[in-house]
Design a protein around this ligand. Sequence first.
Ligand code: FMN
Ligand code: MN
Length: 496
Amino acid sequence: MTQHGPALNFRDFLDDLLTAGDAVAIDVPVDPELEVGAITRRVYETRAPAPLFASLPGSVPGFRILGAPAGLSTPGKGEYGRLAAHFGLPRHSTPRDIVEKLIEAMHATPLPPTVTTHAPCKENIRTGDAVDLESLPVPLLHQEDGGRYLGTYGFHVVRSPDGTWTSWSVARTMLHGRTTLVGPAMPQQHLGMIHEMWRAQGLPTPWAMVFGAPPAALAAAGMPLPAHVSEDGYVGALTGSPVEVVRTETHGLYVPANAEIVLEGHISPDETGWEGPMGEYHGYAFAERKRQPVFHVETLTHRDDPVLPVCAAGLPPEENHTIWGTMISAASLDLLRSAGLPVDFAWCSYEAATCWIVLAIDIQRLAQLRLTQRQLVDSVAHVLFASHPGWLVPKVILVADDIDITDIDQVVWAMATRYHPGTGEYGFPHAPGIPMVPYLTPEEAAEGRGGKAVISCLQPAQFHGTTHGSTASFRTSYPRSLQQYVIDNWARYGYR
Ligand SMILES: Cc1cc2nc3c(=O)[nH]c(=O)nc-3n(C[C@H](O)[C@H](O)[C@H](O)COP(=O)(O)O)c2cc1C
Ligand SMILES: [Mn+2]
């Protein structure tokens, strides 16, 4: 028996999507070279069901690809359904339902994984010369990409040399050779930190990479939890069941037992290769490639008819926004609340490509705290910009809690009508941040600092707990009874 349910079993997640009409099985041949990427891109941009590519010419038979595993669906019809399914939540869950569940699990006791020997991921095992990554359906996702990407929706598994910290983290990997991949392991990210611990001892880093893992595990691997916190225990707390893991063949790491595909091997302590360019989360592809660590695959195991999930990064909404952005929102909100700041909710607007986070400020509590705008901004910057989640997002936007910050139309309206040029913006040129932010100067990117700001869309009156002007809208300008009467009679007026 293997564990079941959409959060803890990728195959069940996929079956649920197919049943709900939120995935479509595509049986006609589709070329992994650009065609998979083009269809997946169009799916995100039209909010269509996730494509399950069952026929991929040129690769070993049986391998399939699932595109847009956490793409959005039609607004009003389970828009966040694919994301919610990652956590076993109902299809109609709201961003707040999802974020509050993620935060609750951060405060629960971690449930460490349990070791099993029944492991679907070992249905097929290839080692040594039998490993050939080039025979897999590794897609070329955009014509501007510098190579084919196997790892766009999988996670790395590494462990600190003292064995106390297991890290699961999402980072991309590009095909480099028959048994090698190349990809980033930034020193600020936990993959890079643990890799550095092994390098300092002159040793290769024992490593595994997992595709088609339990969806809750993938999401947790894309979440900026603190250093030395093992994501596996968080997933147990989040889903209420320990993740079933199995020992790898080679280095004694543990991977989710029902994963679709597992790569095992090591990260070279010194060898690097050219990686990129790639169409990226901010929506651009830049021409530069970079030297990155080389990942050596010694063993490949997979389920029968395995499914490789794929993110075709670029303009929102794709998984860097729906998964990464949501996980950053939860981790940031937890930090701000824990610091006692009057923040009701936090949301990385998907439309902003994980380059800003909006904070809804509880103006009643703000008034009680008697903070000036400068004090509020400095407190927020102090908490966020020094944190692991805050390193990832360069801009923070403050709005009053009458705005639903998950509705981009309302955020735009607040910015246009409440942000005061010249007095509403605070730059933090020395704050450290992810160098991938597209507008950084070459000096800022090299230094890993700057380009960070807090933008206040709070009115002066809101620091005293009141809003200057009432909103004129259907929801705010009519008695509730009349709103309901109008809704009930909508068809009678002649509207469909
Ligand atoms: C689809 C997707 C792709 C991602 N790609 C990368 C990447 O290539 N490099 C990276 O550093 N982070 C990437 N991330 C973000 C990290 O997974 C995230 O920051 C996470 O917190 C890293 O794990 P850590 O906090 O344990 O270091 C990606 C996230 C998602 C959801
Ligand atoms: Mn981590």
